[in-house]
Design a protein around this ligand. Structure first.
Ligand SMILES: C[S@@+](CC[C@H](N)C(=O)[O-])C[C@H]1O[C@@H](n2cnc3c(N)ncnc32)[C@H](O)[C@@H]1O
Length: 539
């Protein structure tokens, strides 16, 4: 197994070296049993030395795919002007899709490309074959999306039902309401994309005549979709909004780098630099570049990017980045790297529950004690579920009016508590939501609140707000302790009906979920103590 992975890794390197001039790497694959696959320094490296240079030609996105694909070109996302007012993030109905002419966004197109490589008759060969073979082979059983997508349809492929039931049960008993909401959100996105791709396979030629919908089943699409969603990097491709759905790419090698938010160990952010050959062409071009500064700095998920300072000796005026002519470059951080030290970068400012729902892991502090959690850069507890319960008790008219006010001041949603900047505090949105919940119907203060002129309502309102926050925090702690206990029980008493000892992977996942309980309890307890000691002057 490990030999196979090393062979696949060597094939990718060979492919990059032979077919993609400009590729440079000082990274090696770390593939040890029990450890997450990752990238390490191949030798001692000093500040500023190149860790990795990935040419634009080897990236997998609609622009590189268009001349190299059997997917009909009319399905590709259209390169139109930005900020098209008709673009929307709302999914459109099948009828509307047909009337407008079917188009796939980048996520869907890349998912389709990966899925087509699994055609049993091998009709869809990919120029990225070596890269695709290096991708994770399956996301079952560890990615939480797979815990809520039943493998029933794939029984023919012998996906073990017993294992799925165990993970589905784990989802029920081991996830906080906040994490469940986020996993459900991922599922909703997957279900929508799946429906669209089935339509494409069923109705578009040549897929329709080839009856491809039979050979590319849901399990294949799930595999492809999760690869795209857990591994792509934002980049300005000049494709229409919503940008986070269109302007991203798969990037060989770079997508083997794991996440950390620890500033002491992460490399400087990924730099986007002009593809070497594009510099000459670019200087003689009179057309306007699509790569404005704001495009380049686009911080959209899954992985953050930054142009940093452009390198390659270009003058400031020449620093345009052209879609499809952008390389990625990683350079060594200030304190250098020792040979075999792991290389990380930050995927984005994500909380544990977001990392878990989207990528299937969460970050655990080096010292997983109280201080460790309180010092995490993105430490957070999401109270949405508890606030929604209170919100439901408001009368309908109140709800509408207050929701509008919260939207006006940008405080609708975001009911979280945070540990940075220290000490633990509620978000402004959470405070404003609780203050409004305690505001009498038709209060004259609503107008000034909606104009952003007033945030503090009255001592009595603040008192009620703090009491509610206290009671929510107590509930969070209680629920989290209960969940922690159930998780511990799972490890202690493995499933009686199959009598099997848990695998190390199952135990690892339970430990991760227990850590998320620790984070919830430590942050909530810390805020509770602040409130109980009389700190009520939150801004
Ligand atoms: C972009 S890939 C990184 C490479 C990946 N480890 C691999 O084997 O191909 C993202 C995935 O890596 C894993 N990952 C990334 N950072 C991690 C971390 N700090 N701890 C555990 N798993 C991590 C998660 O499974 C995530 O979905």
């Amino acid at each position: 197994m490990i030999d196979k992975e090393i062979e696949e890794w060597n094939n990718v390197l060979k492919w990059l070296e032979e077919k993609h001039p400009g590729f440079e790497s000082n990274l090696s694959l770390r593939d040890l049993p029990g450890l997450e696959r990752g990238m390490t320094a191949s030798k001692d490296l000093k500040k500023g030395e190149t860790l990795l240079h990935i040419p634009s030609t080897c990236m997998l996105n609609p622009l590189t795919l268009l001349p190299n694909s059997l997917i009909p070109s009319h399905l590709f996302p259209q390169s139109v002007s930005r900020n098209n007012p008709n673009d929307s993030t709302t999914p459109i109905s099948k009828k509307a899709r047909m009337e407008k002419g079917r188009k796939l966004d980048t996520t869907q197109l890349l998912t389709l490309h990966l899925a087509l490589t699994k055609d049993s008759k091998n009709r869809y060969k990919s120029n990225w074959k070596e890269y695709i073979e290096s991708l994770p082979k399956t996301f079952r059983p560890w990615h939480p999306l797979t815990w809520v997508v039943s493998p029933i349809l794939t029984q023919k492929e012998n996906v073990p039902q017993v294992e799925w039931k165990w993970f589905n049960h784990l989802y029920d008993i081991g996830l906080s309401q906040a994490a469940k909401l986020k996993v459900q959100d991922v599922k909703k996105r997957f279900d929508e994309e799946y429906e669209i791709l089935v339509e494409v396979l069923t109705e578009e030629e040549p897929f329709k005549s080839q009856n491809l919908v039979e050979s590319i089943d849901k399990e294949v699409i799930l595999w492809a979709w999760l690869n795209v969603n857990t591994r792509s990097i934002s980049i300005p491709l000049g494709l229409p909004s919503p940008s986070e759905r269109n302007n991203h790419t798969l990037v060989p090698i770079m997508d083997f780098i794991n996440h950390s938010s620890n500033e002491k160990i992460v490399t400087p952010r990924v730099k986007q630099v002009p593809t070497a050959s594009s510099r000459i062409r670019k200087l003689s071009m009179s057309t306007k570049s699509n790569g404005s500064k704001s495009d380049i700095a686009l911080p959209s998920p899954p992985l953050t990017t930054n142009n940093g300072n452009t390198t390659m000796g270009l003058r400031k005026a020449d620093q345009h980045l052209l879609p499809n002519k952008i390389d990625f470059k990683l350079v060594c951080q200030d304190n250098g790297l020792k040979k075999d030290e792991e290389v990380f970068f930050e995927y984005g400012g994500h909380s544990s529950s977001t990392l878990f729902a989207e990528y299937g892991f969460c970050e655990i502090p080096v010292v997983p004690e109280e201080d460790g959690w309180l010092n995490m850069k993105y430490g957070e507890v999401d109270l949405t579920h508890y606030v929604s319960e209170l919100w439901e008790n408001q009368n309908e008219e109140d709800k509408e009016e207050k929701k509008q006010v919260l939207e006006d001041i940008g405080c609708w949603g975001g009911n979280t508590i945070h540990c940075q900047p220290s000490p633990v505090h509620p978000s402004h949105s959470l405070l404003m939501t609780l203050r409004l919940i305690h505001l009498p119907s038709n209060s004259p203060k609503l107008t000034n609140i909606s104009r952003g002129l007033v945030t503090y309502v009255s001592p009595a309102n603040e008192n009620s707000t703090m009491m509610t926050l206290e009671s929510i925090l107590k509930k969070v702690i209680k629920d989290s302790q209960k969940r922690h206990k159930s998780l511990k029980k799972l490890v202690k008493y493995p499933e009686p009906e199959n009598g099997k000892i848990l695998t190390s992977q199952q135990i690892g996942i339970i430990k991760m979920l227990c850590s998320m309980c620790d984070e919830e309890q430590i942050l909530s307890q810390s805020l509770l103590e602040r409130i109980e000691s009389g700190v009520v002057d939150f801004p």
